[in-house]
Design a protein around this ligand. Sequence first.
Ligand SMILES: [Zn+2]
Length: 346
Amino acid sequence: MKAMVLHAPRTVFVMEERPDPTPGRGEAVARVFACGAGLTIEHIRAGRVGFATFPRIIGHEISAEIVSLGPEVTELKVGDAVTCYFYTGCGNCRWCRTDHEPLCPNQGPRVGYQIDGGYAELIKLPVGNFLKLPPRLDHKGCAAEVAVIADALATPFKVIRRARVEPLENVAVVGAGGGLGIHMIKMARWAGARVIAVERSAAKFDACRAAGAEAVVDASGNDVAGALMEATGGAGADVMIDFVSSRSSLEIGAACLGIGGRLVTLGGAGEDFTVAARQLLNKEAIVMGSRYATKQEVLDTLALAARGEVWPLVTEVHPLEDAERVHERLARGEVIGRAALTLARP
Ligand SMILES: [Zn+2]
């Protein structure tokens, strides 16, 4: 099979011919039609994921079709249209058993980090990492869009549930122009919220509005907190979702929470920050983290997309051969929404 391989962090991709994978017990092999290219995997190329191992085929947002099964696999059949679940929980702990796989303390290898992922014609995974697509999603005709649903839309969907976003609430998305941010806007709109995009790059303001933001706050301005308060009519945000998570963005976010507000941190810098306990008390505000999505949340998001209620924004689709060029653009923050790589049909 043809595969795009990273031999070490901070190196260029190398297109290689690899032996076709053979599924062992509990595994299956799928033919990949498209694979999403986002910051989560650019972090591996850039050397920001300490636990990734090399050489590695990266990529975990896939649209694919099962082509072979290992011995005694009954959960899937040849021809099933599938996408991928990125994490591998142990399946036996309190968190796995209560539908919180992303919190499993005994995580197995992540797809594209410690086991090979979707930048190849074929992908071999434990059957538990393949999720069947609903019949109404066109995994070939809309391969790029279908591929990215499992992370780019499912991660924001989980935030909607975790932060209990309600219709007509003011939801501010910090880092709104990024790959996840744009999809967070779409999901918050789907939930009936009034969305305020907070974004530093003026080139992405229009995309934020097109995704459904009713107001855009320029994060490079002098008084971001003032602009945010103004955008909420002085009440403060009901929900502040921070994909930047620097000290300053988190402190502005906490300060701009309204009564009963929820501050959600995910991704980004993950820096320490200071929050006034008295403010949390007086407003009964909540500070929370949100991590990826459970398998059920990925399935629910796929079902929403199949019903036509939400749809991902893929603005760039390129052949796998162009991975290097796409990742250079990702590294410079030039991609709007998601990019995806497609594989030639056999
Ligand atoms: Zn577990």
